[in-house]
Design a protein around this ligand. Structure first.
Ligand code: FE
Length: 228
């Protein structure tokens, strides 16, 4: 079995959000897919360990913010690698409250959908929540949605262990210079790509990064990186 085949499946990058009373939380999800058009339904696959899972099971509603290619890694890291149990993810971003009362992101978001859960499927580590779409809108027609492939290839992103698509020991980049992996979040610094979001030009060796450079995803300092 060649599990690299799984990397050939296309996905997007979304923030799935929900509420529990006055508390809000959201997380990056790549498994978001329309199920039917009559009635319009959409499904998300959420890890049972995640706080968003708990919120969706309680409130029976969720929103999907479709993230654009322009989103920086710090934004993706906030929603993808930090837990709402110890971080208020909505404290530092712009959002609006949707018609269902669930937050919808305004930063780096090109479209949004809101759904009420009509069915759920226990899939072991994850639950698939199927929702009836009760509202949706396009916020930005000029930017492209970020695909999972773009996130990996252009942004140098990795899947967290709680993602449905997480694969142990993902293949290394084929770049000639050594790459460095953040031991906290698995972000890979590739000298050929640099870190343009933070002013680091392509071609900058790891050793030449400024001393105060930190992981663009989780904020760890240079000492938390190991050579690949
Ligand atoms: Fe990191």
């Amino acid at each position: 079995m060649n599990s690299v085949a799984l990397h050939k499946i296309s996905y997007g990058i979304y923030v799935v959000s929900s509420v529990n009373g006055k508390n809000m939380n959201g997380q990056i999800a790549n498994t978001v897919f329309q199920i039917t058009s009559e009635p319009p339904t959409i499904a998300v696959s959420i890890n049972k360990l995640n706080l968003t899972h708990e919120f969706i099971q309680t409130s029976r509603k969720y929103s999907i913010s479709v993230i654009s290619e322009s989103a920086p890694m710090t934004f993706l890291g906030l929603f993808g690698f930090k837990s709402g149990r110890n971080t208020d993810k909505f404290a530092s971003v712009k959002y609006k409250t949707g018609t269902t009362g669930v937050p919808i992101l305004l930063d780096y978001t090109i479209a949004c959908l809101e759904a009420e859960v009509i069915n759920e499927l226990d899939c072991g580590t994850h639950t698939i929540f199927i929702g009836k779409i009760v509202d949706c809108d396009v916020m930005n027609d000029k930017e492209e949605p970020m695909t999972y492939s773009y996130y990996h290839k252009v942004k140098g992103g990795k899947a967290p262990k709680t993602a449905p698509t997480y694969v142990k020991d993902e293949p290394k980049s084929d770049s000639k210079q050594a790459t460095y992996t953040c031991v906290v979040c698995n972000y890979v610094y590739d000298p050929e790509k640099g870190d343009p979001d933070n002013g680091i030009k392509p071609g900058t060796a790891f050793e030449d990064l400024p001393d105060d450079w930190t992981c663009p995803v989780c904020g760890a300092d240079k000492s938390q990186f190991k050579i690949n």
